[in-house]
Structures are given as C-alpha cells and as structure tokens.
Design a protein around this ligand. Structure first.
Ligand SMILES: [Zn+2]
Length: 69
C-alpha cells in the first residue's frame, strides 16, 4: 500500500492539500526533513511522513506542536 513518492508528486500534493510551499529540491524518503515555506512566510522543516500523515503542514507558530499529555 505504499505509494512511491517523487518530488513532483509531493509538490502536487502540497499544492492541492496545503497552504505551504515546498522549498526542498530533492526527496530521499519519508524520514528526510524537507524545507517548507508556511503561508505566513516562515520557513520550517518537517519530514514528509509528519507533513502528510500527521497533517503537520504549517510552521510551529501557525500550528503549534501538540503538547504531550
Ligand atoms: Zn506559519
């Protein structure tokens, strides 16, 4: 069930599903940190796994990390 993600596929997904932009120009896997630009203009890093599966699609200011309880 694992789709093979490529950089163009990721850019398309991000364009359709988020307000952020991808700054990274290469993709090496789910655990690689990618550079993004948030809609507010801030740059942030997330792994593709977190961005896609955990819906962490904004910078820490717009979408503060969940507090662990
Ligand atoms: Zn932001």
């Amino acid at each position: 069930m694992s789709k093979k993600w490529t950089l163009p596929a990721i850019q398309e997904y991000i364009a359709k599903n988020s307000d952020s932009k991808l700054l990274s120009t290469e993709f090496k896997g789910f655990s690689q940190k990618l550079d993004f630009e948030c809609a507010c203009g801030a740059h942030f890093q997330k792994t593709w796994k977190k961005f896609k599966e955990n819906k962490q699609q904004k910078c820490d200011v717009c979408q503060p990390p969940k507090e662990s309880r």
